[in-house]
Design a protein around this ligand. Structure first.
Ligand SMILES: [Zn+2]
Ligand SMILES: [Zn+2]
Length: 191
């Protein structure tokens, strides 16, 4: 596995604290360089007035131009409600075996389902979603192990059941550590 890096892109307005924490957590989990791009991607062109949602396909297309450097994956972090034509909503989306992906905090906020706001819950959920979409860009499909971050999840409650880590097989494909650092990370930050 050659060296690679992950570039995060602000898609619309994202709280700086959320993105800063996410970048730090990803750097620990992946043990590869992770940075935040200078430029922010506007969401306005991706808005569907019919659906009152934002097109994940269109945002993925925008994230590809200009294309990232070789061995760089580019993942957008949004706070708007994303959709794909065949789905009522999606938590994220990515090019399978490509370079770009996107995930949104919109439905991951506990407040979305009427629960009290909890920064720790949101922090873990967006971390898992980005790890998941990143895996797709490396060609990983959904994993049969329920705890692996590459298992499928349509709802935030499903995201909570996964670990923020890849199983041995998925981790090997991407070239990242397995769960050693993450167990520490989880224990250290559980409120
Ligand atoms: Zn997936
Ligand atoms: Zn797996």
């Amino acid at each position: 596995m050659p060296a690679w890096g992950l570039e995060l892109v602000r898609v619309g307005a994202i709280a700086p604290a959320v993105l800063r924490q996410l970048r730090e957590d990803l750097a620990v989990c992946l043990a590869h360089p992770v940075w935040v791009a200078e430029q922010e991607l506007s969401v306005s062109d991706a808005f569907s007035s019919d659906r009152r949602q934002y097109s994940a396909d269109q945002l993925l297309a925008s994230l590809q131009s200009p294309p990232p450097a070789a061995n760089v994956k580019r993942l957008g972090v949004a706070d708007v409600d994303l959709y794909l034509p065949v789905f009522a909503h999606v938590l994220g989306s990515a090019q399978l075996n490509g370079t770009v992906g996107i995930a949104s905090t919109h439905r991951l906020r506990p407040e979305f389902t009427g629960d009290p706001g909890n920064p720790h819950t949101l922090r873990l959920r967006i971390l898992k979603e980005i790890l998941h979409e990143l895996g797709h860009t490396f060609g990983l499909v959904h994993c049969g192990l329920s705890w692996c971050v590459m298992s499928a999840s349509l709802l935030p409650e499903h995201v909570d059941l996964k670990d923020p880590s890849y199983c041995t097989s998925c981790a090997e494909t991407i070239g990242v550590p397995r769960d050693g650092i993450l167990s520490f990370f989880l224990k250290g930050d559980t409120p």
